[in-house]
Design a protein around this ligand. Structure first.
Ligand SMILES: [Zn+2]
Length: 60
């Protein structure tokens, strides 16, 4: 079983522990490329929530 930190180059497919491919310099990420992730959708909302503080219920 590969370690969790193992990345795979999206360009040439080389496995590396770094985020940049040592052989071609391409971006290396998760061995299982995710084109659509529900997390990304939530990230958008999460970021929006972080940038905009939620309205606090205060005294009228
Ligand atoms: Zn590469």
């Amino acid at each position: 079983m590969p370690p969790a930190l193992l990345h795979r180059c999206s360009r040439c497919g080389t496995y590396t522990l770094k985020e940049v491919c040592p052989s071609c310099g391409g971006p290396a990420g998760s061995p299982h490329p995710v084109r659509w992730s529900p997390e990304d959708r939530y990230q958008k909302y999460r970021r929006a929530l972080l940038e905009e503080p939620p309205p606090r219920p205060g005294p009228p």
